[in-house]
Ligand binder design. Structure first.
Ligand code: SF4
Length: 176
């Protein structure tokens, strides 16, 4: 097995020409390569990947086979990342995490995503969610993974429902 590390940067501050995805795919087939492909655009990741890991502030939020992750995301951050995928249906809403990304050197207590999560509960501030097996080869680090689709909608977007009320902004050092 030959492994290749590929980083697909799409930061607007850089002059960068991404490697054409079909070229990467051709090379993968021709040489039997395994890619470790890192990108910010999940639609690009879907094109190339068999298995996808979603990370937030340096921690794994979700890991699953690509088909499973894109059809049944369980972590609220994954749902938010997938929601910008364009869809012509007017009944579907985009999920935008609230607020700014916290500092990775002073992350929030408990779940690192809790200050931006629409379905955070008190437990999320005090207890680090375990990275749990939720289905066949599907892992998620969320206290509410079992009910996240009921609360936020199944699949990648909400369908005509109102978003849950987001938690209040962090307001003190003891919250972090
Ligand atoms: S553990 Fe809590 S804050 Fe973290 S993603 Fe799940 S519901 Fe949201």
């Amino acid at each position: 097995m030959r492994a290749v590390f590929v980083y697909q940067c799409n930061s607007s501050g850089w002059t960068f020409r991404p490697t054409p995805l079909n070229l990467l795919q051709d090379l993968q087939r021709a040489f039997g390569l395994t890619y470790l492909f890192i990108a910010h655009n999940l639609s690009v990741v879907e094109y190339l990947s068999d298995r996808v890991a979603v990370m937030y502030l340096g921690k794994m939020a979700e890991l699953a086979p690509a088909d499973e992750l894109y059809s049944n995301p369980l972590h609220p951050y994954t749902k938010a990342l997938l929601s910008p995928i364009p869809d012509p249906s007017a009944r579907k809403q985009r999920i935008m995490p609230q607020g700014d990304v916290p500092s990775p050197i002073n992350p929030p207590s408990g779940c690192r995503f809790r200050t931006r999560c629409f379905i955070a509960i008190d437990r999320c501030a005090t207890e680090v969610p375990e990275f749990r097996l939720m289905g066949e080869d599907h892992y998620a680090a969320c206290h509410r993974a079992e009910e996240s689709s009921k609360l936020m909608g199944s699949g990648s977007v909400l369908t005509g429902k109102s978003l849950p009320t987001p938690p209040p902004s962090p307001n003190g050092a003891n919250l972090h």
